[in-house]
Write a protein that binds this ligand. Structure first.
Ligand SMILES: Cc1cc2nc3c(=O)[nH]c(=O)nc-3n(C[C@H](O)[C@H](O)[C@H](O)COP(=O)(O)OP(=O)(O)OC[C@H]3O[C@@H](n4cnc5c(N)ncnc54)[C@H](O)[C@@H]3O)c2cc1C
Length: 460
């Protein structure tokens, strides 16, 4: 069969894989720069890891199965929201409220009582946080953490090392572990201290640059609306072809471009283009046939980068019989909070956010079992007696198009993988949260999509 090739009259044709925020943002910038874009998405919907759940609940309530918070420093996301008239919901929240209560050895303790459980626990946690933060203050450029003067040393250490050195007691260790499982979706031993420093340095530099407080906001009506509004906007564009339900199966670099193989329910097809942007998690890419040999360092990074598992389970109850604050538990549910706190109605929703080993274990069970287990935990911890009126549970590590919640650079991976993942390989470019400076966030997805598009437009 003859290979498809680029039409002589095409200015530039780019295939973008993945209609999450990274792929949509890349497509938008490429279209603005005059390119023809084919956007390929495996699922029948756009939005990727932004996925609001409405249908499972009564009374118009909703919960986020993926991304939930837009931070005050995430200016690209806030700009998109403003452009599409999407508002934040309730008051912005500083993450210190995370210590509102703790469930420990079968009892719930309010924030003010936590010190009674373990003397000086907050001073010990502060020691730990200072150890995490210290290398961030000497990181000149958070977009290049591998250039930190102590990069090798910091990257050889994990959050588990910092926990040990902070001399935390059992309750303090629970807080530190739950923080790693929540923020980095991973056990402390699987998180590089250099990666943590990079994340803190990025946050600090944005707080300073923008002169604002770091607060996290929910989105009124749900986060999904943002990608969907952007997708609707792009679909008006005559130079965009959007193909839903199509999966990337192969990539080959040729003398004048790339040939991308895809499969869909209507059959397999190949597309020729000047460039391909792979704007999806690296996990599904590990099943793609790369017909041109990938350089060893890049291959190692693409196949090796860590992804943390998160399982989110949100149960609606007829009455709000709980303290709405964020809680840390020593049980299966790990962290409980009320994502519906600013939504109207008598009923309300309790969310269990489980990462690391616990999130991965839950992911091996069917959704109904996860919901039953979390509902029991929520009832026990809060003493909830009212009827459950709806629920969902999503385990991101068991979804083949994602393979995890978000990238977590493990010990040794920042110095080895950071740079190579952010460079083009010929005409193939990686985009997505995992190659951003704002790694792990929607902001990073948008940042990476726009950056890759700029690079392609600049060099072509
Ligand atoms: C549980 C959870 C909580 C989170 N919380 C937050 C938060 O509070 N705030 C925040 O900012 N961020 C949060 N995030 C992270 C945020 O959701 C992601 O960083 C962001 O949405 C990633 O966008 P992306 O475009 O890089 O990737 P994705 O959204 O994964 O988009 C990639 C797209 O590629 C498609 N795809 C995959 N493989 C193929 C293939 N072979 N062929 C074709 N298409 C393919 C996928 O279906 C998907 O639509 C959270 C994520 C999770 C999972």
């Amino acid at each position: 069969m003859p290979q498809p090739s680029l039409a002589a009259d095409a200015f530039m044709r780019v295939v973008v894989i993945g209609a999450g925020l990274a792929g949509l943002s890349a497509a938008e910038s490429l279209l603005a720069g005059g390119a023809d874009v084919t956007l390929i998405e495996a699922e029948q919907r756009i939005g990727g890891r932004t996925r609001t759940i409405h249908d499972s609940y009564v009374g118009g309530q909703y919960a986020e199965s993926g991304a939930e918070w837009v931070d005050s420093i995430h200016w690209r996301m806030l700009d998109l929201m403003e452009r599409f008239d999407i508002e934040t919901l309730g008051e912005g929240m500083p993450w210190t409220t995370i210590r509102r209560w703790v469930y420990w050895n079968g009892e719930r303790h309010a924030g003010s009582d936590i010190e009674k459980l373990e003397v000086n626990v907050f001073a010990a946690i502060e020691r730990y946080e200072n150890l995490c933060e210290a290398p961030a203050t000497t990181m000149d450029d958070p977009s290049q953490p591998h250039l930190h003067r102590d990069a090798e040393f910091l990257d050889s250490r994990s959050l588990a090392d910092l926990i040990r050195e902070s001399d935390l007691g059992p309750v303090g260790r629970l807080f530190a572990r739950r923080n790693a499982q929540g923020e980095f979706a991973s056990e402390p031993a699987k998180v590089s201290a250099l990666f943590v420093a990079q994340q803190r340095a990025f946050e600090n530099s944005e707080v300073q640059r923008q002169g604002i407080e770091m607060l996290s906001n929910r989105v009124k009506g749900g986060v999904s609306q943002i990608a969907q509004a952007l997708g609707r906007d792009l679909s008006q564009h005559s130079r965009l072809t959007l193909k839903l339900g199509c999966t990337l199966t192969s990539v080959e670099q040729t003398s004048d471009g790339v040939v991308v193989g895809c499969s869909s329910s209507e059959g397999n097809f190949e597309l020729a283009a000047s460039h391909v942007v792979l704007a999806c998690s690296l996990v599904p890419l590990r099943n793609v046939e790369f017909r041109s040999e990938i350089p060893t360092a890049l291959r190692e990074a693409m196949w090796g980068l860590g992804y943390g598992p998160i399982t989110k389970t949100a149960v609606q109850f007829a009455n709000r019989e709980w303290d709405s604050g964020y809680g840390t538990t020593d049980s299966l549910s790990q962290r409980l909070y009320d994502p519906s706190v600013d939504q109207d109605g008598e009923s309300g929703i309790v969310m269990a956010y489980c990462g690391g080993d616990g999130g991965r274990d839950l992911a091996t069970k069917p959704e109904s079992e996860r919901i039953d287990a979390m509902t029991t935990d929520m009832r026990t911890i809060h003493g909830i007696t009212s009827l459950s009126t709806g629920a969902f549970s999503r385990a991101w590590s068991s979804e083949p198009n994602y393979g995890g919640a978000y990238a977590t650079y493990e010990p040794g991976q920042v110095t080895k993988y950071w740079k190579v993942l952010r460079e083009p390989w010929g005409r193939m470019h990686l985009a997505g949260e995992h190659v951003a400076t704002c790694t792990g966030y929607m902001e990073g997805a948008v940042e990476s999509g726009r950056d890759v598009a700029d690079r392609i437009l600049r060099t072509s």
